[in-house]
Design a protein around this ligand. Sequence first.
Ligand code: HEM
Length: 291
Amino acid sequence: MSQQPAPKTAPAPEEAVPSDGEPEAPHLDFQGTTPYEDYVRASVLTHLQHPLSDDPGEMVFLVTTQVMELWFTVIVHEWHTAAQALREDDVPTALEALRRSTYELESLNASWKPLAHLTPGQFNAYRSALGDGSGFQSAMYRRLEFLLGEKSASMLVPHRGAPREYAELEKALTEPSLYDEVLRFLARRGHAVPAAVLDRDPARRYEPDPAVERVWQEIYSGPREGELIRLGEALTEVAELVWRWRNDHLVATRRAMGAKTGTGGSAGVAWLEKRATKNVFPELWTARSHV
Ligand code: HEM
């Protein structure tokens, strides 16, 4: 983590134990801030919490939301890496990034724990601090959905007043999704992905296609240890974990506020229920019925 150039060779083990027999303690003296701070920016991160109510439970709501935003950011980064690698026909790099993202999704999902058992009374104690604020307005979550192929131009509207987020979302809307890159890659590998799918407008929501279902059916009917099955399974794992996040969110919401309307203006649980039934990478699920 130090910004100093790394020593060319590691010290010999005996050099790490001075003559008095005690193992060397970490350095204490730095000019200015510590190299840890310079790299991690921990003081910025740990001073971004400004609860608006007197309720002691608001802090964990705020921090959990911030932690999830950070995980969204890492996962978006991984899926960008995977999409880029597929564009270059580099399957090992794509698989590595997708696999990392599944561990990150598991950590993201584990972050529900502190919010999963809120009573309505506990949530009400700070709900008004949110005002009209809602995770629905998360720009990073929207980028994550866009990468999955769940595109929607109307989701840019809330961000019109934030030029950086708007520009990032507009780019994510109009460029091919991770799934678009997967299908283009499968076509280059000789699979019969229809031209209409390959040439589709990437800014539109991906709609399942029977010919793509047949492609996955063919792949899954082939050698069980094949590279393309490994790719299919990595994507299936991603899809399952996204579905789990949505369901954990739904159940936490149902416990915390029943059937009340959401702070973002939706019908609340009824609206989330509808969103949570959708399957990411749809043909990877439906093809299984035919293998
Ligand atoms: C128990 C606490 C929570 C409750 C009661 C809750 C409630 C809701 C509700 C009712 C909605 C629907 C939109 C609306 O009208 O507001 C929503 C959407 C959303 N929430 Fe939460 N939420 C909670 C925690 C979180 C956390 C910690 C995150 C993390 C960032 C989050 C992220 C989102 C996202 C991304 C959406 C949009 C989902 C979509 O577009 O399909 N929520 N939430």
